[in-house]
Write a protein that binds this ligand. Sequence first.
Ligand code: DPP
Ligand code: ZN
Length: 848
Amino acid sequence: ARAVHLKDYAPYPYLLDDVSLQVRLDPKATRVVSQIRFSPNPDGPAAGTLRLDGEGLRLIRATIDGAPADVTVDDHGLTCPAPATAFDWECEVEIAPADNTALEGLYMSNGMYCTQCEAEGFRKITYYPDRPDVMAPFSVRIEADPATCPVLLSNGNPTVAGDGWAEWQDPWPKPAYLFALVAGDLVRHADSFRTLSGREVDLGIWVRPGDEGKCAYAMDALKRSMAWDEAEYGREYDLNTFNIVAVDDFNMGAMENKGLNIFNSKYVLASPETATDRDYEMIEGIIAHEYFHNWTGNRITCRDWFQLCLKEGLTVFRDQQFSGDQRSHAVKRIDDVLTLRARQFREDNGPLSHPVRPESYIEINNFYTATVYEKGAEVIGMLRRLVGEEGYRAALDLYFDRHDGQACTIEDWLRVFEDATGRDLTQFKRWYTQSGTPRLSVREDYTDNVYRLHFRQETPPTPGQPEKGPQVIPVALGLLAPDGSETMPTRVLEITETEQSFTFPGQETRPIPSLLRGFSAPVILTRQSTAEERAFLLAHDTDPFNKWEAGRTLAKDVLSRMVTDDAAPGPDYLSALRRVTQDDTLDPAFRALALALPSDDDMAQTLTDSGVTPDPLAIWTAREKLSLRIAEELSAVLGDLYDALERPGPYSPDPKAANARALRQTALGLLSRIDGGTRAQKQFAAADNMTDELGALACLIRADGGDEATATFYRRWADDRLVLDKWFALQVGYAAPADAADVAARLTQHPAFDWKNPNRFRSVIGGLGGNHAGFHAAGGAGYELVADWLIRLDPVNPQTAARMTTLFETWHRYDADRRDMMRAALERIRATRGLSRDSAEMVGRILG
Ligand code: DPP
Ligand code: ZN
């Protein structure tokens, strides 16, 4: 397969004035008729040849201005001579949605028809210039058997409908990746929203009969998102109708199709009995994310797929702002940084490292990555910090004004900031073009009341990029006095050079710096520091992120020394932890985060960074020991908290109640290591909500496998797909290292292991990959099992299989035995006959 390069971009030779689709649905023989008005693109290359993308289509007929077109069909589309003036194209194809297991294009899920077109799925529905810079208004007519498909949905506004057919019109020109169609037996949870300018919008969440009682929270989140985008960005919704459909079989989280978002049901359906606090939070964030795409993605879209971060980085940044406003900014920031480090730093430290705006790809589906999304969002956060809140707002206003209706680039994006604020962003652009996580080290000195910070930045080589230039790094800094008071509130230092110093005169005593407040740049900061100083910051820092970070760094130091020197945890850490746990002025969710230890994977990377080859079992053992030690040391405090945080009355997903449960659950996790599981048993038996039930089950599984509770839970929830996903994932995730591969193998034999469902597959196989010590257990059974299943899934669903090859992306960290076994597993995947382009690209890049 050939790579596509950013530098080869050329506009399409034609404009599409109008697109009309007629879709006659049938599981094995759906007919799609497309009528497209083409006219020459004055800004494109010479017209005269029509090239349309198309895959897996049976061409029935094609005409130009009513006369048969002279088409040549190949594996990727068709070519035919066409007028250099305006013309009408009409074509009919046949497809078989029931055979579409890849879940890309038009497919079926539990008897319902649905689509997923981003990035390049529309070419599996009809012949079309399937590229984001080709935008057109669509009208769609759907026909289907009214007995099985009474509900027929597409983008835009409904126009006319009858028995077995419906028509939709989307007035806003859009690229084909935003096309959507749904047909099935669905029920609607209805509501409405009045926009800023007073228009009424009909809102609908469409689900399978029986699920209608699980839509209220998603609807509420949608209305809050709509109001927030008006208030914060001045963005109003622009159609009469906004629909969301929940689908059980879905490769991703959700999709922002214009006026018809399609969601993985996991991110829509919630009831107190079936969804955890974490699920509610994810639903809120993803509903917001997809809704926000209406402006950042749909009204202004991407010129080509290299610009993916233009819509994704910005929309993630927006959904993070929204969630912070709805909940707690401090806790949200810590969560986001945890995710960034767990996924993006991991990616950036290995063979899959790539820039936020990549320069080439073989399969674009492989670039929906943590780097494009999460680092893309961080880059926008830095921009906002550099130009200030007002500059950011001015730049965004200009962006929407200038580019509405266009397909844009990162250059366009940066230019609005330059024009709105007068700032030169030439060097800043490196954040988009250079891959790798910058290392920022800092030294300091203090003489004659003058305090100095000396920074040095360096970005290690990454695939295809042996050398990097210095980047613009905003470092938010505060200074504290030894008595714990803040002597300098936060200010932002702008580092632009490889080495750069900053001077702070007039310091009566040597200050303690609080560096990189709020995690103001996605870098790895190193600074020599003592445990006393970290404990000091954990106690006194006014910046909540850095307060947490101080505890985090302490925990990592303690764990590292336990792994490498078998050292016992020191008193600084334990007493600092006790103070935070007891501090009722702190948000319970913050305290829960402070008590949570770094993950095994995080520790493996931390050790690797300090030149130690990580031993997964040793890391796991140290973490278990430290957890036990914390439980023993804080048992009284935790026991009191556990009792005090019990809230009488019915469950509510509101943030305050959820934050209290987060701390209560953390306390339970520690206490059940010393109380023989009595609290967890009791909580499991009494739980009236999934947060408490699942939290208790996790403790029971970790303690001794929890066979009885696991069986009870299964009997209770055997009919609920989303809850069963949790049941599968928990058993694998909490299995002891030596058992994890066996547990996963056994669960793949379970009658409910529907491996073609991506959520279920990810629960078990992804769950094993997420159990660090289990996946990497000596002998390599974990590697073998994952490779077996990826080989099996690849021909059925290449996109999901390829995504999960990233479980192997860290092979370079480990000892020679493990490296050899992981490489052998990858080679075995690579050698599979007929391996998809998706997986072939991933495995090739991982192997290097
Ligand atoms: N564009 C989707 C999202 O990130 C993923 N395909 O919302
Ligand atoms: Zn998105």
